[in-house]
Write a protein that binds this ligand. Structure first.
Ligand code: NI
Ligand code: MN
Length: 227
């Protein structure tokens, strides 16, 4: 069974059945809720970044350089990290997926701020999320997003959904509960809350809003989930 460790905010560490180690949205060293740092990772295979905002991308380049892991993100972010000395990277874009040795990864739409990297703005990109099929276990990391009608396209296709509930920059608990109605996952893990003062939320409120539509697993940083 794939194992998912929550490191706070939107950062997750995933180990697949074949032992592939993946970090999604690495925000480690400056993440007030994260107990691990870049230096704790010696062996890492892939880094997935939903978008280039610092709270999802801050440690992507240091982690890639330290471990040689392949960074998977949008075409523009991959081009940008190439200018920063990252050697291994794979570009995807919204609606497109690719079969990697550990499974299939597809980028999903997210409604959120664009990102400009590089002095000339040449690496402007849109934010996304990731849908993964890991030997039949399907994981969805929504990234930073508003509630989207497009999430209905995922109905019945997600076993574990990682959804932001912090409000202010992303969906809050009510919209995230509506996303659960759209997606109908087996399990939902709330993320992107309680990292900063303006995204304080009670995940128990989210749990009660979801009701019996899905199992809500509230993970403290460092806790894990096998699925
Ligand atoms: Ni963001
Ligand atoms: Mn964010």
């Amino acid at each position: 069974m794939p194992e998912l460790i929550y490191h706070g905010h939107a950062t997750f560490e995933l180990t697949t059945d074949d032992g592939t180690r993946i970090v999604i949205d690495p925000f480690l060293d400056d993440n007030p809720r994260c107990a691990v740092s870049v230096e704790d990772f010696d062996e890492l295979d892939y880094i997935l970044c939903t978008h280039g905002h610092g709270d999802h991308f801050a440690d992507a380049i240091p982690l890639a350089k330290r471990t040689g892991a392949t960074l998977i993100s949008t075409f523009e972010i991959v081009n940008f990290v190439g200018t920063q000395g990252v050697e291994n990277a794979h570009p995807l874009h919204i609606g497109g997926g690719y079969t990697f040795p550990f499974g299939y990864v597809k980028m999903t739409p997210a409604l959120h701020g664009g990102v400009v990297a590089g002095d000339d703005g040449s690496h402007t990109t849109v934010p996304g999320g990731f849908w993964m099929d890991l030997d039949g276990k399907r994981l969805y990391h929504a990234g930073d997003t508003a509630l989207l009608m497009d999430m209905q396209l995922l109905r019945g296709r997600v076993d574990v959904a990682l959804l932001p509930i912090g409000d202010n920059f992303t969906m809050g608990p009510e919209d995230a509960a509506r996303a659960v109605e759209f997606i109908e996952p087996e399990v939902v893990v709330p993320m992107h809350y309680n990292t900063f003062d303006i995204i304080q939320q009670d995940p128990e409120e989210f749990r009660s809003l979801v009701g019996d539509r899905a199992e809500v697993r509230i993970l403290d940083p460092g806790e894990s989930l096998s699925f």
